[in-house]
Write a protein that binds this ligand. Sequence first.
Ligand SMILES: [Zn+2]
Length: 288
Amino acid sequence: MTELPARRLLLVHAHPDDESINNGATMARYAAEGARVTLVTCTLGERGEVIPPRLAHLTGAALGAHRLGELRAAMGELGVEDFRLLGGAGRYGDSGMMGLADNDDPGCFWQADPDDAARLLAEVIREVRPQVLVTYDPDGGYGHPDHIQAHRVAMRAVELAAADGWEIPKVYWNRVPRSVAEEGFARLLKDLPDLPFGRTATLDDVPGVVDDERITTEIDGTAHTAAKTAAMGAHATQIEVAPGRPYFVLSNELAQPVLTTEYYELVRGERPDGARETDLFAGIGEAS
Ligand SMILES: [Zn+2]
């Protein structure tokens, strides 16, 4: 068997861009520290709304192909070499926003059998043998069908891989502490007149916001702020980052703060002393 790096982190996301928004600083930090960072993205996001008018002609498969290029560029910014599409590019289609007719497309991820998709992910888990897996909460953070499905598939794959000999010691869900989101929006409101954005989003627009007590882990990635914002900027069809400022908009044009300390809730595995962790690999022995 080929030699694996000592620390191995697997992230499961729905669309290209989710990884950079949620975990860009974490991914850049662990990649820089020599951990193996593996990203599995479930769809190409070919139903995403395109922001720049110069790219507005991109739809469907052409948008998917373009977004794969954006993902590649973003991973270059984060220093992540191992990124994959679940089942290969185009295996699962973007399901569109909840409640749209797109959700019924037989080729979309929402219509996939979660067990089939989980088997594909379990193959990756058996190959990479991560000690840490990061994904969304059961609501997918904000109710998008592909995010909900990514959660189901990831959690099912954890079980399948365990039954087959690789028990992932720690599983986390992406979170944002309410106090941090509130502070971020307060800062944003003050800076808004200097930004190229007209209005701000609200806490409800931020995926995974929970009461601070739920947070088990915070990863300080401020040293990798430039990498995170560059990776977000690489997803130009989906994200506009304010030049030189830690703020961005999605296609709804509502400004949000870029968070460079990223937060997690440990849902499987132990915290050694019950205190808030500052390392996703805390408590993992070198021998794992
Ligand atoms: Zn998404």
